[in-house]
Design a protein around this ligand. Structure first.
Ligand code: IVH
Length: 675
């Protein structure tokens, strides 16, 4: 169809706008150095969206509006690599590194080699194929020869250019058909924030940013990938499967000049002493980076010598990865044992060869659920890195594999019957957890009592596993209220119980009656009501009776309480046994009243809608901030909305707000409103 002169004019205008947006995307996502505010950027983007909506025939695939598109897919198509994507051999000490150099000297017959030192980014490698300057395909490494076509997801990563002008390619000496290889990763801050949100929603958490990256790149729904701030650092440039420039250092400079994100922390070393200095300085500073690195990659700089050195089976002889020491402790998984909790959930627990971390010996670590095990690919007999932060439960962060730490072989499988009561184990479709469905499973009762007595709940010291097992097995304790009916005589009938210990336990039970309302709420063991939620409920309602009589809608007004939690609370109190339990606890003299927290009035009567990814606060924090100041947060924009708080990637809600003339503000303005 011949295009009108009008169309051509508009086309030019739209293309100029796209160029402007590409420039600002580059400043923001590649250089981390924006020239304009987020709000101004959004304005440009919305202008482009509007123009394209008016002239849909002019939309191009490389338009900044086209990063997310298409429907969710059912699976990925396999794609062959232009040349194998290899892995690297590792060195773990200066000595091993010098051995490598000796081999390189011998094989090349030269000793005057220069080495490119780069950070070893702990993400997943990816190939980007460009045709005629346009991003055509993104392919995962796969088995090195064949990967998966993840183009739709790769397109959502804002630091990856969708197209590069011929002009720019020419200037940088890059051909118009080329391939870039590099590392996709997730910044640590984004990882923590997203994992926290997943945990609250009861979704499977990820062990480390690398696993989260892998899960995200292989997401079937590109809009989800788009919401998770991923980053891509380029480190190879190929033409027809072969290295294009004559030096690795030139490759990095050219990629940088063409607009790719290239890690600035690199160095062309003249000899191995310089390499070693670079390694040491980064091992000491690795925590200062916003993303994870697990070592330094050293590459012979000149392509000619690389070709001469060639490859062994799976790795080039011209490069090596120096691996940093593990951050946490490395130990062996001797067994994986499912443990039944108070909700009937089976938690696979790793039984570790005991290892000291930060002053205590660690011998157990949670593996959460089957999804977590699959994601880590962990097997019995594997060596794993275990970390411990503060006083939290030790975490398995990754499987370690090298010549001193061979892989385990025994796959863990969830049992079909409960290891405690023999009841059926069921995994509800769509849920990560396996559960024992027997309502009378003793493990549930024991778990409930132990939870109730634990330090963060009713803090009944001395009521440990052994005592709880005895008390429940002989039928003295059938629910938490029974604890308050125990007498010295009852306890003295038990094994290993003297008068002094019995008195101590009863003293602790008595003292627990003085603990505040939020502890009692937490202690009831309502599904999805953790320590924080209990606190918010207590502050909002001020008494257990008010909570018991609240409707789901009223409960949803509480900070961080969504429909699922509200439903779980209503369900709990609708149960006759639970109401009887509450009556018994009241009779025992526990605190049923607390202090209602008075709300601020600054935002009284104002309704807010949050949209997009906020940078300075989590969604929950922003919501709490608004509610503490007396405002209300709603899920959808309507005429009644006073403000839309927009983060990055804000979508349709922003359009709606504009349509209705609702004020749009950023996080900073929200902070100012709250004072
Ligand atoms: S070069 C043939 N450079 O480390 C050379 N790899 O253990 C292969 N990696 O699969 C890669 N940062 O995922 C290279 N600056 C870097 C890297 C890097 C991270 C990863 C990459 C590779 C793995 C090998």
């Amino acid at each position: 169809m011949p295009r009108s002169a009008d169309d051509k004019n508009i086309d030019k205008k739209i293309e100029a706008l796209r160029e402007k947006i590409r420039h600002h995307e580059y400043r923001y996502y590649v250089l981390d150095d924006p020239e304009i505010s987020d709000a101004d950027f959004d304005k440009l983007m919305n202008e482009l969206k509007r123009s394209e909506a008016e002239h849909p025939q002019l939309i191009t695939p490389d338009s900044p509006t086209q990063r997310v598109g298409g429907k969710p897919r059912e699976g990925f198509v396999k794609a062959k690599h232009s040349s194998p994507m290899l892995s690297l051999d590792n060195a773990y000490s200066e000595e091993e590194l010098r051995d490598w150099e000796r081999r390189v000297h011998e094989l090349s017959g030269r000793t005057d080699l220069e080495y490119m030192c780069e950070l070893k980014l702990d993400g997943m490698s990816l190939a980007l194929v460009y045709g005629d300057g346009h991003l055509a395909r993104g392919i995962t490494r796969g088995d090195g020869n064949i990967g998966e076509d993840v183009t739709a997801n790769v397109r959502t990563v804002r630091s990856i250019p969708l197209s590069i002008s011929k002009d720019k390619l020419k200037k940088t000496g890059i051909p118009i058909d080329f391939e870039v290889r590099g590392e996709m990763l997730m910044p640590i801050a984004a990882f923590r924030k997203l994992n926290e949100e997943r945990e609250k929603q009861g979704l499977a958490v990820f062990a480390n940013p690398r696993n989260f990256t892998a899960g995200t790149v292989r997401q079937l729904e590109p809009s989800i990938t788009a919401q998770r701030r991923m980053d891509f650092f380029a480190y190879f440039l190929l033409k027809d499967g072969q290295t294009f420039f004559d030096r690795q250092s030139k490759t990095m400079d050219a990629l940088e000049a063409a607009g790719f994100k290239v890690n600035p922390n690199r160095k062309l070393a003249q000899n191995l002493d310089e390499v070693w200095k670079f390694i040491q300085s980064w091992e000491a500073r690795r925590d200062s980076l916003p993303y994870e690195i697990d070592g330094i990659v050293i590459k012979v700089d000149r392509t000619t010598w690389q070709r001469e050195l060639g490859f062994t089976g799976k790795a080039p002889r011209w490069a090596i990865a120096y691996k940093f020491a593990a951050r946490g402790a490395v130990t062996e998984i001797e067994d994986i044992v499912p443990q039944v909790g108070r909700t009937g959930k089976l938690t696979p627990v790793a039984w570790l060869k005991p290892v000291p971390i930060g002053g205590t010996t660690v011998s157990r670590a949670t593996l959460h659920n089957m999804d977590f095990i699959d994601q880590l690919g962990v097997k019995i007999g594997d060596w794993v890195e275990v970390e411990r932060g503060g006083d939290v439960i030790p975490k398995v962060v990754k499987v370690v594999e090298d010549k001193d730490h061979p892989r385990g072989h025994k796959q863990f499988e969830m049992p079909e019957h409960c290891p405690v009561c023999g009841g059926n184990i069921v995994r509800t479709p769509g849920e990560a957890d396996h559960r024992c469905v027997n309502a009378n499973c003793p493990a549930k009762l024991q778990g409930t009592i132990l939870h109730f007595a634990s330090r963060h709940v009713m803090n009944i010291d001395g009521l440990g596993e052994a005592l709880v097992n005895q008390l429940t097995e002989c039928g003295l304790v059938r629910n938490v209220a029974d604890l308050y009916k125990l007498t010295t005589d009852d306890l003295l009938k038990l094994e290993r119980m003297g008068e002094k210990s019995a008195e101590n336990v009863l003293g602790e039970v008595e003292a627990s009656k003085n603990l505040p309302l939020e502890r009692v709420i937490y202690g009831l063991g309502i599904r999805m009501v953790g320590e924080r939620t209990a606190q918010f409920l207590a502050e909002h309602f001020g008494s257990l009776d008010a909570i018991m009589n609240a409707s789901a809608e009223e409960l949803e007004e509480v900070n961080e309480v969504g429909p699922r939690i509200a439903e779980s609370i209503v369900e709990f109190f609708a149960d006759e046994h639970n109401r009887k339990l509450v009556d018994d606890l009241r009779e025992a003299g526990l605190k049923f009243k607390g202090q209602k927290k008075e709300k601020g009035t600054k935002l009284a009567g104002k309704t807010f809608v949050l949209t997009g990814t906020l940078e300075r606060h989590t969604r929950d924090e922003a919501k709490k901030m608004i509610e503490d100041a007396g405002g209300r947060v709603s899920g959808s924009v309507s005429k009644k909305t006073d403000y839309v708080v927009a983060g990055s990637d804000a979508g349709s809600k922003l359009d709606k707000a504009r349509e209705l003339g609702v004020s749009m503000i950023g996080e900073e303005q929200l902070e100012q409103l709250v004072g």
